[in-house]
Design a protein around this ligand. Structure first.
Ligand SMILES: NC(=O)c1ccc[n+]([C@@H]2O[C@H](COP(=O)([O-])OP(=O)(O)OC[C@H]3O[C@@H](n4cnc5c(N)ncnc54)[C@H](OP(=O)(O)O)[C@@H]3O)[C@@H](O)[C@H]2O)c1
Length: 390
């Protein structure tokens, strides 16, 4: 029995993870859950899974949870805590074996490190954590001997392709990208797209922030940085290929020229289950890919003139160690601005680039601790907010 904590259970990945747990009651038991502010959905999950402990982003959210539980006549009252201490309490709970980090943004950074310190197995969907603090997190995991299993479908695919192979035999990791909803739009038309247009992803059904990131190609940029830390390869050995059908989830090119790929349906329950079952495989409640009915599979280069965010991510990875933190922070601020109508779609990369310019001009800083990460993150958010108002 693998005893689970899920951080971000009310989100898209969190919901799929609970579906995986429900499909395998003999193998997975939900012990701890954390959510942000959605008390109504969280109350339903508490009623269904009866976790021993829960956390929410704020005391106000916990008060709403109490009201929602009462309104549903749910008698179960788990131990509850708010904010960072709450996330750390669920991530380190003695009854938990594996923590799935499926929250969006950067709130879980301290909880990821606490879970590693407590020797928990980590299943990681929350890519912003590795973008911000990949070196610190992976070093801690190595020292503690804790596995970090990727849930992101591309990295999960690469994990499957690499499994047990020597990295010296690898020439390149190739991350596939759907290209997002604006793949065929002209540069001029990109100036007028709306949040509603961006939220209509052609192949994946995901939370709003990652869906906008897919439309700008920043999602792929974040994944390049995530791959660098998860697999320990430099940016010169990571490339991106646009594959609009999202059937090939990623590939590894070996030194002999062989390409090994993982294919499957676009359903996150598959990579989530792999991360929870590894090194075993379980029967999944997910349809099998029918290649005869899949149509043509096409591949093309990414257009970084129309979608400069991908180049910005490579720039961040090749520069000062603080740059990925700045890229991530500026992106979160710009995407939030786009979603609330104050920043245009094409201004997103402009805000990120000018925040990175500002950081580089202010001189390199050491990134040795979580405190350093948070300091740069805060400063970059302030600067990006200023750039967004211009
Ligand atoms: N969706 C996908 O298919 C997919 C694929 C690969 C990777 N990812 C990555 O997985 C992560 C989650 O994506 P998503 O699409 O599932 O996002 P989402 O649907 O927006 O869900 C985000 C989750 O995080 C929770 N959350 C936010 N702030 C929190 C806090 N301070 N404390 C505790 N919980 C908090 C939210 O809670 P409330 O809703 O209750 O506020 C929600 O449960 C992201 O890093 C994304 O890049 C997602």
């Amino acid at each position: 029995m693998n005893r689970l904590a899920i951080v971000g259970s009310t989100g898209s990945i969190g919901g799929s993870a609970l579906a995986v747990a429900e499909a395998h009651p003999d193998r997975l038991r939900v012990v701890a859950l954390a959510a942000g502010e959605n008390a109504a959905r969280f109350a339903d999950q508490v009623g269904t899974f009866a976790p021993s402990i829960v956390a929410m982003a704020s005391d106000t959210a916990l008060q709403s949870l109490e009201r929602e539980l009462s309104a549903r006549n749910i008698a179960h009252r788990p131990r509850a805590a708010a904010g960072n201490p709450g996330l750390i309490a669920i991530a380190t709970h003695p009854d938990v074996d594996t923590v799935l980090f499926a929250s969006s943004g950067t709130a879980s950074l301290e909880a990821v490190l606490a879970a590693i310190d407590a020797g928990k197995r980590i299943a990681l969907a929350n890519k912003e954590i590795l973008v911000m603090a990949g070196a610190l997190v992976m070093d801690a995991a190595r020292r503690r001997g804790v596995p970090v299993l990727p849930v992101d479908s591309e990295h999960n695919a690469i994990h499957q392709c690499l499994d047990g192979r020597n990295l010296d035999d690898v020439r390149r990791l190739i991350l596939t990208a759907s290209g997002g909803p604006f793949r065929e739009l002209s540069a001029a038309r990109l100036h007028t797209v709306t949040p509603e247009d961006a939220l209509r992803h052609p192949t994946w059904n995901m939370g709003p922030k990652i869906t906008v990131d897919s439309a700008t190609l920043m999602n792929k940029g974040l994944e390049v940085i995530e791959a660098r830390w998860l697999f320990g390869v430099g940016p010169e050995r990571i490339s991106v290929l646009v594959h609009p059908q999202s059937i090939v989830h990623s590939l590894v090119e070996f030194v002999d020229g062989s390409l090994v790929a993982q294919l499957g349906v676009t359903d996150m329950r598959l990579p989530i289950q792999y991360a929870l079952s590894y090194p075993h495989r379980w029967t999944a409640a997910v349809p099998v890919l029918d290649l005869a009915r899949s149509g043509s599979l096409t591949f093309e280069e990414a257009d970084t003139d129309r979608f400069p965010c991908l180049d910005l991510a490579f720039r961040a990875l090749s520069g000062d160690p603080g740059l990925p933190i700045v890229l991530n922070a500026a992106n979160e601020v710009a995407v939030a601005g786009f979603l609330n109508g104050t920043v245009g779609f094409t201004a997103i990369p402009a805000v990120i680039a000018s925040t990175m310019d500002w950081y580089e001009a202010s001189g390199p800083r050491p990134i040795a601790t979580i405190g350093d990460v948070r300091t740069v993150d805060r400063a970059a958010r302030g600067m990006a907010a200023e750039q967004s108002r211009r």
